[in-house]
Write a protein that binds this ligand. Structure first.
Ligand code: UD1
Length: 372
């Protein structure tokens, strides 16, 4: 702890799930060196397994968390309610001058509500993204957080349009770029050195990486079975695939007795969830990615790697219009994959302010917010 003086502001950085850790790291690394602020990491405990949480802290060189709320898994209401209760209790004892929430997970919404009800200002990083699909739990979280936040840090200008339509004051919206790219640039050397594909006996640009965890893809047997059938088809045609399996997906594959079909395939490698450096190394050297994640659509756009997103909507439309991402259905997937394998995929470009300097822009703005 640094010596206190009246001007030191306390900021809580809220992190709950894998993608959040990646988003808070660049901010923490700069804020922890600034004299005007004391920056505390609050881990809500939504992701708790070693390979879903601890390995990220290690890779991203984050310290032991300042506060751990141990919320764990549950239904949406259970998880949200437990997070609100735990974060309110924390704020009553250790009131921050600002709560920073990132992304769109349940804890993002829960902590924003708890803070605002205690009249603590809230800053939202990755504000304004909208898929338009209110069946996605994250869309509800985004809308609620953006209805009550005080500072809106947006990664792309489509987000500004969305926020203005919802009545947000333009002066509160700050176009700062994409914070995930800051993490990539911070750890680029380590990622470049890693050569994760060697671990699986794969050649660079000769394999695809699969990540699937959205309830809409994995929670229903008929849908997950169709996905498994397609992956088996690809494998039989000689396409090498690596599949780091999210715990939710693992449970569903097991429950629906689909595991053994995939395990029989010579060209599909099932692996545990990877750490940040391992995963980004595997992605960087891949020929393509098949995903339903949000952040991976952006990271592949930044790296110029073809990305097939198995969803009907995206809250990150810039990855379609400027980047290397395309939305696919299970029916269109084979044709789209063929375009990649025959090198007919679009090239894309890197969007404005996806340059590794987003955290610096946010912190400059925070100083102004605090009157510095
Ligand atoms: C959550 C986020 C999603 C984000 C994803 C990143 C919400 C609504 N969803 O989805 O937006 O893209 O994180 O990975 O906030 N589990 C474990 N170990 C863990 C964590 C989870 O085994 O460390 C299992 C539990 O059975 C749990 C299930 O995975 O019920 C789902 O976890 P949860 O955090 O609720 O949602 P995710 O699918 O991870």
């Amino acid at each position: 702890m640094r010596e206190r003086n009246v001007k030191v502001k306390t900021i809580h950085l809220i992190a709950a799930a894998r993608p959040n850790f990646v988003k808070i790291a660049p901010l923490y690394h700069i804020l922890s060196k600034e004299k005007w602020v004391e920056c505390c990491i609050v881990h809500t405990g939504q992701h708790y397994d070693l390979n879903m949480s601890d390995v990220f802290f290690e890779d991203l060189e984050l310290p032991t968390v300042h506060f751990h709320l141990n919320v764990g898994s549950g239904t949406h209401a259970e998880q949200t309610a437990r997070t609100m209760l735990a974060y309110e209790t924390l704020c009553l004892k250790n009131r921050p001058d600002l709560t920073i929430v990132v992304g769109d997970v349940n804890a993002t919404m829960a902590c924003a509500i708890a803070a605002k009800k205690l009249l603590i200002p809230v800053a939202h990083i990755e504000a304004g993204l909208r898929s338009g699909d209110r069946e996605m739990p994250e869309e509800i979280n985004r809308i609620v957080v953006d209805a009550i936040s005080d500072l809106f840090y947006i990664p792309s200008l489509d987000a500004e349009k969305n926020l203005l339509l919802e009545g947000v004051n333009k002066n509160k919206i700050h176009f700062v770029g994409n914070i995930m790219i800051d993490s990539y640039e911070l750890f680029r050397l380590k990622i470049d050195k890693k050569r994760q594909c060697d671990t699986y006996g794969l050649q660079s640009k000769d394999y695809g990486v699969i990540t699937l965890h959205r309830p809409s893809n994995v929670d229903k047997k008929e849908i997950l079975e169709e996905i498994v059938d397609t992956l088996v088809d690809f494998s039989k045609k000689g396409v090498s695939l690596v599949f780091p399996v999210h715990p939710r997906t693992y449970t569903k594959l097991d429950q629906f007795k689909l595991f053994s079909r995939l395990q029989r395939e010579a060209n599909i490698q099932f692996i545990h969830p990877l750490s940040y450096i391992q995963f980004m190394s595997l992605v960087k050297d891949a020929k393509f990615i098949l995903t339903d994640s949000g952040g991976i659509q952006e990271e592949t756009t930044y790296l110029g790697i073809p990305c097939l997103t198995l969803r009907s909507t995206t809250e990150r439309p810039i990855t379609l219009t400027e980047g290397t991402n395309e939305l696919v259905t299970i029916k269109t997937l084979p044709t789209e994959l063929n375009k990649i394998l025959t090198n007919q995929w679009k090239k894309g470009r890197i969007p404005t302010y996806w340059d590794g300097k987003t955290a610096v822009r946010i912190i400059e703005n925070l100083k102004q917010f605090f009157g510095g």
